[in-house]
Design a protein around this ligand. Structure first.
Ligand code: ADP
Length: 475
């Protein structure tokens, strides 16, 4: 099967969060299953894109309403990621450091989608399936169905994979002219809540919709930022498929970032060495349990509760715990987290920023990983934590509910129901009790490391969806 994944992110070429991890891994595993897989992302000004060799395979102009931007398509020469990676360079719009967060993000991603389709249209081969990811690519299924110039592509089945329903790529009908000419009888398809909603458009037009965990699919029927009724309408063509993890990248036995690699048999010693390194860097005490948080410092992650929860837990257990936070995002949360530093020196520290290597070391060197999320479509961090023998402390929501079971119910984590400071602190207390009982702690750590969250099993579920929509399109 020839498959295209079209996305805003792909690890390691451009990463903000879990979307990149998925688009960097799923295609690799699909390739090893014998499929021809191509991933297309914008050409940002990132280290990977600048430092690797690409060859130009196509160039033209992308028309965005009255504007014309030159664009070119470049293929990474060696297929070192395990699939063909293509980056679309659109001058003025994507040669920037960040993936998102610009005022003209709508213009950027609409032109990326048009340029991608223009290029696919010009190729000799027609893909078997196009898998779009999140709202940045949500207009693609619509344009393939209704834009005059893409009629040759209209029978290609499409999948929209939703990694987050919170962000929807909404813009006014005053920008309708950005889209290539299409059959105006279908203009209503673009509308949701009196605006053009890229995610809603993708949900309506894709042949199939997938979410990144089964439980998230249930949740978005009740709570998805205004898209609830739409999700209910498309239930028939929707499926929740739990993300996997890339075991080649996330493996404590081979991870080059760790100061000591370890397996289930050597976890105690291996973990302690990584913890010592981490504690040395952040002035913490390696003889005490280490609770960490890694992620975007946003309300959806429950990060707004971390300053108060950390302060309370540290005040209650000052001589018993360490807390370490890695992340960036909301400036108020960043400031509040840093304000605790002078009071809890030696027990608490932060790294405000993004640091991939540090994240690996934290997974290895921590005892517990805090994930008090309000919304977690899948969540990869809890799976990385389990793989590194670190016990996830999570709020039961989304994919966390699918992947973390409380140790008192026979699972490998610590779970709470509410997104509240009280619940986080109660979980920390339970974690401390578990930490005192080294026999139980090690048993839980080891069984967590053995859980199979690999893509090998998951990627078959995607292929099943592709086969289904190919068959449906043929009949
Ligand atoms: P989301 O995609 O919602 O941010 P996920 O848990 O699915 O959450 O994936 C987040 C990914 O981004 C993980 O690989 C995580 O380790 C990584 N990550 C998030 N913030 C940081 C950071 N500040 N430094 C390093 N890695 C980070």
């Amino acid at each position: 099967m020839e498959l295209f994944h079209i996305s805003a992110e792909c690890y390691p070429a451009a990463k903000v969060g879990g979307l990149a991890d998925v688009v960097g891994a799923l295609p690799k595993y699909q390739s090893t299953e014998g499929h021809d897989v191509r991933v297309v992302i914008p050409a940002y000004d990132t280290k990977f894109i600048n430092e690797n060799e690409f060859e130009c395979v196509h160039w033209s102009h992308v028309k965005l309403g009255n504007f014309n931007f030159p664009f070119s398509v470049h293929k990474e020469k060696t297929d070192k990621l395990g699939f063909e990676l293509y980056v679309i360079a659109i001058q003025e719009l994507f040669d920037r450091k960040e993936v998102y967060g610009y005022e003209d993000d709508i213009e950027r991603f609409v032109s990326f989608q048009i340029a991608t389709l223009d290029w696919i249209l010009g190729r000799r081969e027609i893909p078997d399936v196009i898998n779009c990811h999140d709202h940045h690519t949500g207009l693609i299924p619509f344009m393939m169905l209704y834009a005059h110039k893409y009629q040759k592509l209209k029978n290609i089945p499409t999948v929209l994979t939703i990694h987050s329903g919170l962000y929807q790529g909404i813009f006014g009908f005053n920008k309708l002219y950005y889209l290539p000419e299409f059959d105006l009888a279908h203009v209503g398809v673009l509308e949701w809540g009196n605006a053009i909603n890229s995610l809603a458009v993708g949900i309506k037009c894709a042949s199939a919709v997938t979410t990144v965990s089964p439980n998230y699919l249930n949740e978005i029927n009740h709570s998805s930022n205004g898209l609830e009724s739409l999700f209910n309408m498309v239930r028939q063509k929707s499926k929740g498929i739990l993300n996997g993890i890339d075991e080649k990248v996330w493996n404590p036995a081979t991870d080059k970032v760790l100061v000591s690699n370890y397996t289930i048999d050597t976890i105690e010693n291996g973990k302690q060495k990584n913890k010592e390194k981490l504690c040395d860097i952040f002035d913490l005490d390696p003889s005490k349990p280490l609770f960490s948080f890694i992620g975007r410092l946003l309300e959806e992650k429950g990060a707004d509760l971390l300053p108060q929860a950390s302060a309370l837990a540290l005040a209650e257990h000052l001589n018993e715990i360490n807390i370490l936070i890695l992340g960036s995002g909301n400036e108020t949360i960043e400031t509040e987290l840093n304000q605790l530093l002078p009071d809890y020196k030696g027990n608490y520290n932060t790294f405000i920023g993004y640091n991939e290597d540090l994240a690996h070391l934290i997974f290895a060197g921590s005892d517990f990983l805090l994930m008090p999320s309000r919304v977690e479509p899948c969540g990869l961090n809890q799976m990385y934590a389990l793989r590194y023998g670190t016990i996830p402390v999570v709020r039961r929501t989304g994919g966390l509910k699918d992947t973390v079971i409380d140790f008192e119910d026979g699972g490998n984590g610590i779970c709470h129901e509410q997104t509240s400071v009280t619940d986080i602190c109660t979980s920390i207390r339970r974690a401390l009790k578990m930490y005192e009982d080294k026999k139980t702690l090690n048993k839980i750590r080891k069984s967590g490391m053995q859980i199979d969250h690999s893509w090998s099993s998951v990627c078959k579920e995607y292929i099943e969806v592709y086969n289904l929509i190919i068959k449906r399109n043929e009949s």
